[in-house]
Design a protein around this ligand. Structure first.
Ligand code: FEO
Length: 165
């Protein structure tokens, strides 16, 4: 069984990953409503990945004979000023999640919890990828500027993202 501070922080991380899924799904709904099905698909695939992240923490607690406690989720924004703003907020959100994972890892070091340290390694690497992916979309959208044509090209490109919607 994990030490109580580790169990509490891991339960909090289930909430943060679930909040991420809810945020990306709301962003996807905004894009869908603005006739950008490729952006919408990309974000729905992302939302599903976040559920998988939440489930990794969920399973890890049970694997160690701990107790899962689910928390209330945050209300995500419904509307966004622009597609660029969606991805700027997504990139900022990923930076925040990276900080939360690092804090959890620091706690695992303090508690000499070697199992959590090993488990969290995957998330530390994953966050590098998550920040890179969202940051790339931000930069490409900035280059597209006000060009509707470039936006539609990018919509087609992002719609080709592999993964389950
Ligand atoms: Fe699960 Fe995008 O962090």
């Amino acid at each position: 069984m994990p030490a109580q501070p580790i169990q509490d922080a891991t339960n909090e991380q289930i909430k943060h990953e679930s909040d991420s899924a809810y945020l990306y799904l709301s962003m996807s709904a905004y894009c869908e409503s603005n006739t950008l099905p490729g952006f919408a698909r990309w974000l729905t695939v992302q939302a599903r990945e976040e559920i998988e992240h939440a489930m990794k923490f969920y399973t890890f607690i049970h694997d160690r004979n701990g107790r899962v406690q689910l928390k209330a989720l945050d209300q995500p924004p419904v509307d966004f000023p622009s597609t660029l703003s969606v991805f700027e907020q997504a990139a900022a959100h990923e930076r925040k999640v990276t900080g939360l994972i690092h804090r959890l890892y620091a706690l695992a070091l303090d508690e000499q919890d070697y199992a959590s340290q090993a488990f969290l390694q995957w998330f530390i690497s994953e966050q590098v990828e998550e920040e890179k992916l969202t940051g790339q979309v931000v930069e490409t959208l900035k280059m597209a500027g006000d060009s509707r044509h470039a936006l539609l090209m990018l919509d087609r490109e992002l719609g080709a993202r592999e993964g389950e919607e």
